[in-house]
Design a protein around this ligand. Structure first.
Ligand SMILES: [Zn+2]
Length: 266
């Protein structure tokens, strides 16, 4: 703590709930991998300052303090990344309130292509997220989910295990009869193929509960958490569906070549 992922990926004001050591000299200084604007590539950055330096002594109590982290690129030793974070009084959460260069609103090229006309809405969600506007981010990601859910569920059918195909088709028919996204998800979530369930986690199940819960989460901070999960699930599902289909295509064509070779030998 603070974790690498917190520094690399968390947007400003998104809380990381964790247990923080009592004094600043016990805080970890993880290496991070981020883009270096000087090297123009992803590089390892190491922290070059001490958390407690501005205070003048080492065992400064961590609670209710602002900390600074200055990271330097290990390749060029020139380009810095800076983070500013706040530690809660009870040592149970931390969030960034500033960083340079700022959190990037970057979109994966594959994702942008797949989302097509919906990618603008996704980008707006990212903009809200970058500012810590959780309610806005949640609304945009929910909108995206509503817009793409039919296509998303349709495209899963090619990946369904053979014994579940009929069941899935029936459920899919039923999804067309409701306009409520959560009801659509409810109908098919238990039929999701193993390939779309990392470590047995069901992304559609999580999506379902995040969408329902989000309506009741009133603060920006709570919505931001739900919004981030919805975004991550959408990215996972879209990428996984694309990859699985690509892999299946490659597999089929290489099997075909192999079989053709065999038959020509006979
Ligand atoms: Zn560099």
């Amino acid at each position: 703590m603070p974790k690498k992922e917190f520094l690399e990926e968390y947007s400003l004001f998104r809380k990381l709930n964790t247990t923080i050591p009592k004094t600043l000299d016990l805080l970890a200084k993880p290496s991070i991998n981020m883009h270096c604007h000087k090297c123009e590539s992803i590089q390892t950055f190491n922290m070059k300052n001490e958390y407690y330096r501005p205070f003048g002594y080492a065992n400064v109590p961590s609670g209710n303090t602002n900390i600074q982290m200055i990271y330097i690129c290990q390749s060029c030793k020139e380009f810095n990344r800076e983070f500013y974070a706040y530690i809660s009084p009870n040592l149970d959460y931390i969030y960034k309130y500033g960083q340079y260069p700022e959190w990037e609103i970057k979109m994966d090229k594959n994702l942008e292509k797949t989302l097509g006309k919906h990618s603008q809405t996704f980008r707006k969600g990212l903009v809200c997220e970058s500012q810590g506007y959780g309610i806005g981010a949640f609304a945009y990601y929910r909108r995206i989910t509503e817009e793409i859910i039919d296509e998303l569920l349709d495209s899963i059918i090619d990946l369904i295990e053979p014994e579940n195909v009929d069941k899935y088709k029936t459920a899919l028919e039923a999804t067309k009869k409701t306009r409520v996204t959560q009801e659509k998800i409810e109908l098919v979530k238990d039929l999701l193929p193993g390939i779309l369930k990392p470590n047995g986690m069901n992304p559609l199940g999580v999506l379902h509960s995040e969408l329902s819960e989000g309506l009741h989460a009133e603060t920006d901070a709570n919505c931001l958490e739900n919004a981030t999960h919805i975004k991550e699930i959408l990215i996972f599902l879209i990428n996984q569906i694309i990859q699985s289909k690509e892999a299946a295509k490659i597999f089929t064509s290489s099997m075909k070549t192999l079989l053709e070779k065999k038959s020509s030998k006979l």
